[in-house]
Design a protein around this ligand. Structure first.
Ligand SMILES: [Zn+2]
Length: 421
């Protein structure tokens, strides 16, 4: 590959494996990892320059859409032989979360590879690996002279890690997104420490709620009735008792993963002015993540009951209340899932189908009615996204390219569906 402009691409450090015979795809991955697309001030320009170069190498047109000021979505397009068919979206985000460098073994932006082939760096799992795997898979398919009926779009979005509001959430409503004529999307998943690969067909709904407890004020030396603190205690008990029940359900139900239960965490408490003053109000906030199997109306009724039972005048308000519970079909009869899962089966891969425990850009894609699967081909890998010492082994990374070399043709060759010509 082309040398890294910021330094030699064999930046390794003492006692670290030399990369003299390193696979060019691994070198490219390590180069991309060194770009500081890290919040709070991601170098988006560096990412765009890198992607420009990739587009030139692949000979693909790349359009850039500034969906919000400073937030550019880049899209490379490999046109199909029948471009009127719905296209395949290979989505990845360019941004990464901050690091606490003092907890890292190596510089989080040096992409150091150790003697076992583990590449350390922010974004190795989330999700710079997938970006390069898409690019390398396309490069190899082109080199083999392949063409497919359906158009393939490689999309690179900014700002997923801070909510995607100025990235995918806005872009899915943009005319240029609609012009892409997408039929099916792939986006990020999570590593799996075992032999299997995890695929995500839905996400939990995040609800952020603040419960406001008013009460009688008074002097701290007295037994004042109907205080804000008493109400607050009952509210907290109801939410946290429910939390315990859900935790128990997760630990005692064999096939359950985090995505199958509701998590509740008390994250903020506000109130009070002085030691000797009983306050007239107190607030408590919770982060809840609710699986698609839960009836959200009934869930809110339950919250109302908890508030009512805790005392008079208690109100609540949402800072976030996601009501979209759309999931992507994983029925064998679904042509997209069938193409995806059959290709995996042909490679002897075991798939674990799960609900994503947190939020990704896939939720915006599913919300407009498009099927999306969250998948990052990393098995035998601990889940280290957002963690210190995030790493990915080069062999797992390279195998992932082969996985996309099979998956992309399968998806881009799904025969015309009813309504398509
Ligand atoms: Zn991510």
């Amino acid at each position: 590959m082309l040398p890294d402009k910021d330094g030699p691409s064999d930046l390794t450090g003492g006692g670290i494996q030399s990369n003299s015979r390193e696979d060019p795809a691994v070198s490219l991955f390590r180069e991309y990892l060194r770009l500081k697309t890290v919040h709070p001030e991601p170098d988006y320009d560096a990412a765009l320059r890198f992607l420009d170069r990739m587009a030139v190498e692949l000979g693909l047109p790349m359009q850039k859409v500034e969906v919000c000021p400073g937030k550019v979505v880049a899209i490379m397009t490999w046109e199909g032989t029948n471009p009127s068919l719905k296209s395949i979206l290979l989505n990845s985000h360019t941004d990464v979360v901050p690091v606490y460098q003092e907890h890292w073994k190596y510089d989080a932006f040096a992409a150091v590879k150790d003697g076992e082939g583990n590449i350390y760096g922010r974004g190795t799992q989330d999700m710079k690996c997938v970006t390069i795997q898409y690019i390398e898979a396309v490069r190899r398919l082109q080199a083999a002279g392949k063409r497919f009926a359906r158009t393939i779009h490689l999309m690179f979005v900014p700002d997923e890690e801070i909510g995607g509001h100025e990235g995918m959430e806005t872009f899915v409503k943009h005319p240029k997104f609609l012009n892409l004529n997408i039929g099916f999307a792939l986006d990020e998943g999570l590593a799996n420490p075992a032999e299997a690969f995890t695929v995500f067909y839905g996400e939990r709904s995040p609800w952020w709620i603040t419960v406001h407890c008013p009460g009688s004020p008074g002097h701290g030396s007295r037994f004042v009735e109907n205080t804000a603190a008493e109400k607050l205690r009952r509210v907290i008990n109801s939410f946290l008792d429910f939390r315990e029940k859900e935790k128990h359900r997760l630990s005692t139900t064999e096939c359950f993963t985090l995505g199958d239960v509701t998590t509740v965490n008390m994250t903020m408490v506000k109130g009070g002015v002085a030691y000797n003053v009983i306050p007239c109000e107190m607030d408590v906030s919770f982060d809840m993540r609710i699986p698609p199997t839960v009836n959200l109306q009934e869930f809110e009724e339950q919250i109302k009951r908890w508030c009512k039972e805790a005392g008079e005048g208690i109100t609540y308000k949402f800072a976030q209340k996601n009501m979209n519970q759309s999931t992507t079909s994983t029925e064998e009869s679904d042509p997209w899932w069938n193409a995806f899962s059959s290709a995996c089966k042909a490679m002897n891969m075991t798939l674990n189908k799960e609900i994503f425990p947190a939020a990704t850009d896939s939720r915006f894609i599913r919300a407009i009615g498009l099927p999306a699967i969250g998948f990052s081909p990393m098995n035998r890998t601990p889940i280290l996204l957002h963690d210190h010492n995030e790493y990915l082994n080069e062999q797992v990374f390279l195998r992932g390219i082969q996985v996309y070399e099979r998956l992309v043709p399968a998806l881009a060759s799904v025969p015309p569906l009813p309504g398509e010509v």
